[in-house]
Write a protein that binds this ligand. Structure first.
Ligand code: SF4
Ligand code: SF4
Length: 459
């Protein structure tokens, strides 16, 4: 009896291997010598965990599991990005919006149309108000020359019972603090980026004239917390700051922010799928996650405070081992790559054009409508099609771990072998985590790391 050729196999050392079953979700550590000759009880266990499925059984199972995902998506929040201005007072060398930054501002009239478009979409799709979130976005949204625009967005959201998130570089928070306190019931949180200890942050996030922004960003976070406004501080990890991440943790600990109930810390990877370039700031998902797991283990206070949700390929593996906690509600296979691709994100640019995701603002290839014509569902290459509907993804060995890839990457890098790329990310991570994985190995038996995805037993 042979293991299905769908099973991913990684050698951990001379005597143990890791098996990942992308159909049932099973992850097991097996003594490698067993693979040459399986006893009946080992066969039974591996059978239970779906390692011998035929191709028909695999397809049936993926269809059954998709129903679970569809059920789950009935509660997923919608995010509407509302841009106030494309201008920004920072000149970050790593900014992915660099080509977009311009002196283009929205107007009260456009904001009114944006709100009407969101209301129309909400009614058409019967979305309850508590699933609607607006993201006040830019450029730097608080650089808008008419500050009443910010009030207008908050007031409309308040009337509709929507929640707002303000994504800001922090430099103008002081100017708006009275307004933010006034609308504290409508604003769910502020996303303010602090990218490292002072020297690192200042080099990554300088003002337009070159002056560092660290001190102002730290003051903005302090001010928001003093006013009991929720801060989800962001750090974008890339090759330019990962080696100083520990210093940033020390700074955050010394500030006492980790003890503040209004403070959380979100980590993301620096990614620019349109311009994939190893010389740029990007580092692999594996290295970011490895760094986070290590820091979390070494700093008790980071516990429930630090969040990394932007997994592209490693989410299932990391969750199965419980390395970064368990805050996500959906644990099944991925049928879509990111939230914009699943149709839950829309970006309204300053003149009312609607775009696929924040990385595609004003990019005509990813234009998905405008406020005049109402917001329509996504078309072109950016509509939601699950891995079962994409001809390249259906047979792919890592499809349920990937979810179908980034449409931006596909548009600009049509020749990229994405399966090989995804597999290289996964193997690099397993290699980095080898020590931790081997601690769980047993030379005389198969160790099952996790439970199977729901739906397995129905097949
Ligand atoms: S790796 Fe490529 S082929 Fe495989 S699921 Fe992802 S996008 Fe599709
Ligand atoms: S489509 Fe998704 S993964 Fe790709 S750039 Fe946009 S948000 Fe990022």
């Amino acid at each position: 009896m042979e293991l299905s050729d769908r099973v991913l196999r990684f050698e951990l050392d001379r005597s143990s291997s890791l098996l990942i079953n992308p159909v049932t979700g099973a992850i097991d550590i097996i003594p490698t010598r067993f693979l040459g000759h399986l006893s009946d009880s080992e066969k039974g266990l591996l059978h239970e965990r779906g390692y011998f499925l035929s191709e028909d059984e695999r397809l049936r199972m993926l269809v059954a599991l998709q129903d679970v995902e569809i059920q789950h998506s009935r509660n997923v929040p919608y995010w509407f990005y509302v841009l106030t201005t494309l201008d920004c007072n920072f000149r970050c060398p790593i900014c992915y919006e660099k080509q977009t930054l311009a002196r283009s501002e929205t107007t009260p009239d456009t904001i009114e149309k944006v709100m009407d478009a969101i209301k129309g979409f909400q009614e058409e799709h019967e979305i309850p108000a508590d699933r609607v979130n607006l993201i006040v976005f830019g450029g730097e949204p608080l650089c808008v020359s008419d500050p009443d625009i910010i009030r207008q967005i908050l007031q409309s959201s308040h009337e509709q019972k929507w929640k707002d998130v303000v994504v800001t570089n922090g430099s103008r928070v002081k100017r708006f603090i009275g307004l933010f306190v006034e609308y504290s019931g409508t604003i769910s949180d502020f996303r303010v980026t602090l990218d490292g200890p002072q020297a690192i942050h200042d080099s990554r996030r300088p003002y337009r004239g070159g002056r560092g922004s660290f001190t102002d960003v730290v003051s903005a976070i302090d001010l928001l917390l003093e006013n009991h406004l929720s801060v989800k501080m962001q750090t974008i990890l890339g090759s330019g700051n990962i080696s100083r991440f520990e210093d940033l943790i020390t700074f955050v600990e010394e500030k006492g922010w980790l003890q503040d109930p209004s403070f959380q810390w979100r980590i993301e990877g620096s990614h620019d799928y349109a311009n994939l370039d190893p010389e740029k700031d990007e580092i692999s998902e594996g290295r970011i996650v490895r760094a986070l797991i290590k820091s979390k283990a070494e700093h008790e206070g980071l516990g429930g405070k630090i969040k990394f949700e932007s997994f592209k390929y490693l989410g299932h593996i990391v969750r199965s081992f419980g390395w970064l906690g368990t805050h996500k509600t959906y644990w099944g296979p991925k049928y879509g790559f990111c939230e914009p691709q699943k149709g839950f994100h829309y970006v309204f640019s300053t003149r009312g054009g609607v775009y696929h995701c924040p990385r595609t603002i004003n990019n005509p290839d990813f234009y998905v409508g405008d406020v005049g014509g109402g917001l329509r569902s996504k078309g072109g290459g950016s509509e939601h099609r699950s891995i079962l509907e994409r001809k390249d993804c259906l047979p792919c060995s890592v499809n349920t771990l990937c979810g179908g890839g980034c449409v931006v990457q596909k548009r600009y890098h049509p020749g990229l072998d994405c399966e090989e790329y995804a597999l290289s990310v996964i193997s690099e991570f397993i290699d980095l985590m080898k020590g931790e994985i081997l601690e769980r190995a047993d030379p005389d038996r198969i160790v099952s790391v996790n439970d199977l995805w729901q739906g397995h037993h129905e097949s």
